[in-house]
Write a protein that binds this ligand. Sequence first.
Ligand code: FES
Length: 184
Amino acid sequence: MKSKKDIKKKKQEQVNVELKTQSKDPIQTRREFLNKLWKGLGVVAFIELTAVFFGYLFSGKSENENLKPKQLFDAGNINAFQKKSVTIFRSGRFYLVRLDDGGFLALSLRCTHLGCSINWEEDKKRFICPCHASAFEINGNVQNPPAPSALDYFPVIIQSGRVMVDIGTKLSRNRFSKDQVTYV
Ligand code: FES
């Protein structure tokens, strides 16, 4: 059995412990809190950086996918266009040409001299510019200057039997060549 003296001693010890706890230096307490805060923030930042790094690594994106998306203009069914025909699409700013070998070519409406809109002359099978009389063949080659180069053109894609023109991609060229033509 504990004596009164022991009990008093025990109580005094408890009081001492409490006093010691309460009297902890407030500056030290703040420092400990800030240390814990910085450690926590460091862990969060590390996790975020790791997520960003792996997200970039496994996104599967190539440089080509970052290029501008295609603006496809649906010109119609391939059977709607006869060989050796020229059809104007004013809203798309192009002429769709079907050459005598069946290939498709989408030519820009703009003259390569100073940018006037060209007209198709069906009887003479040529494009003519009303501004300074440049003339172009059905494939866009210069027939008569001052136009310095062949008409610009847009890539043509055949999709499910339809002629699609990428009006977001205008291509310049000096002369016509077969690799500019799309075949069915
Ligand atoms: S703008 Fe066409 S010939 Fe000058």
